[in-house]
Design a protein around this ligand. Structure first.
Ligand SMILES: [Zn+2]
Ligand SMILES: [Zn+2]
Ligand SMILES: [Zn+2]
Ligand SMILES: [Zn+2]
Length: 398
């Protein structure tokens, strides 16, 4: 895996109010491809599941060594090093894990779907007051979809698991609802790096993190930036998020990332964005693909069959369910119907099953562009000329 830049630029972005889009981040100056636009430490970091605590350090989420240091308080979490043991992990989470030797937490959260919000709440309620307030200033996700874990139940579980004296001022059902809406709309997954052939069981988030500034990035289905993390990197800052430009971006232009793998189908993207972020995407790509819907689906109203690709396997593979054929020609008849084919070839990882996004490595200190692209999920490095044999960058679009 590439060594990320150690001296990130911080002057590349500014916050702007964008008509019809709310707050977002725009380029504060012309930026070049591969440039680091943002590098930020998490305000909050929490395990994705209880199982995650058996594989990863409870403080930094590196893979645990063969002889980890158990948490002296709860004995249920473990640390990768004495310094992480000294840094420890969120107090309420540690207390909840101690409750009945962890049985209380496991009983309150029998499934991953319940564990994630409960682990979030125990971690968020452990934050110092200024950080908790900073979290509450972030944008709010729409109300949870039907079937989501009920906030009142989660609140009761926190109240039952946490020692009352450790609960912060303001602990209340309303605050719990507010915090859950911040988590849904703003958290980033720190994924287990993808390895070809790995079981889908392993292709999961180790942890979730909230980065207040990075949470200001709006979504685009053809983004001009993408985010990296390097959880197993040695040294401090292994859970920092690093956002790099995919290509040149002119001053004043909005900088967007994709909130999920870029090969998702139109209907799946729209559903996810509406449920979790409360908006309909009208990006260039969605405008093109919404016309496919009209052409391909005369029944109109239900969007579920959009972009079915006869080549796609449908073998109960959850992680890949509902995704486009990523090689650029799936779902459309010709190039005119798929003007973003170039984007797919250039910026999507071609490692089987990965679907990570590729961004150029940062320019060299002398300003020379790197012609090496790095995948943000498997870490693969690919030379530019290997992506599109015999073709230069003349087809470049933004
Ligand atoms: Zn650690
Ligand atoms: Zn502990
Ligand atoms: Zn879109
Ligand atoms: Zn990859």
């Amino acid at each position: 895996m590439a060594t990320p830049p150690q001296n990130p630029t911080t002057d590349a972005l500014r916050v702007a109010d964008l008509p019809g889009r709310g707050r977002g981040l725009v380029a504060a100056r012309n930026v070049g491809e591969g440039e680091v636009l943002l590098s930020e430490s998490p305000a909050l970091l929490y395990p994705s599941t209880l199982a995650s605590l058996r594989s990863y350090c409870a403080a930094c989420f590196r893979s645990l060594p063969s002889t980890p240091t158990p948490c002296a308080s709860c004995r249920a979490a473990a640390f990768c090093s004495p310094s992480c043991a000294a840094a420890s992990h969120p107090g309420l989470l540690c207390a909840a894990l101690s409750h009945g030797a962890g049985a209380g937490l496991a009983a309150a959260a029998p499934t991953d779907a319940v564990q994630e919000p409960l682990l979030f709440l125990l971690s968020a309620y452990s934050l110092p007051d200024p950080t908790l307030r900073a979290l509450l200033s972030l944008s709010t996700a729409p109300p949870p979809p039907p079937g989501a874990q009920d906030a009142a139940t989660l609140h009761a579980a926190v109240a039952a698991l946490a020692p009352p004296h450790m609960l912060p001022q303001g602990f209340s059902p309303d605050l719990t609802v507010a915090l859950l809406a911040k988590d849904r709309g703003n958290s980033f997954a720190i994924m287990e790096p993808y390895r070809p052939g790995m079981s889908l069981e392993l292709l999961k988030a180790r942890a979730y993190a909230i980065y207040p500034r990075a949470s200001l990035f709006n979504h685009d289905c053809l983004p001009n930036a993408c985010h990296f993390d390097y959880p197993d990197r040695p040294g401090p800052g292994n859970t920092d998020i690093v956002v790099r430009a995919l290509h040149d971006i002119s001053e004043g232009r909005e900088v967007c990332i994709s909130y999920f793998a870029a090969n998702w189908r139109y209907a799946d993207r729209q559903r996810r964005l509406l449920e979790d972020y409360g908006f309909r995407c009208e990006c260039d790509r969605c405008q093109v693909e919404s016309r496919w819907k009209v052409d391909d689906d005369d029944n109109g109203e239900d969007g579920d069959d959009v972009m079915e690709d006869e080549g796609e396997e449908d073998g109960g593979d959850d992680a890949h369910d509902g995704m486009e054929d990523g090689d650029g020609d799936g779902g459309a008849d010709g190039e005119d119907d798929f003007p973003h084919a170039y984007f797919f070839v250039r910026y999507l990882c071609d490692i089987e099953g990965c679907w990570g996004m590729l961004a150029p490595l940062p320019p060299l200190p002398n300003g020379e562009l790197s012609n090496v692209f790095e995948c943000n999920l498997c870490g693969k490095l690919r030379k530019e000329e290997d992506a599109i044999p015999g073709e230069g960058t003349s087809g470049m679009v933004h």
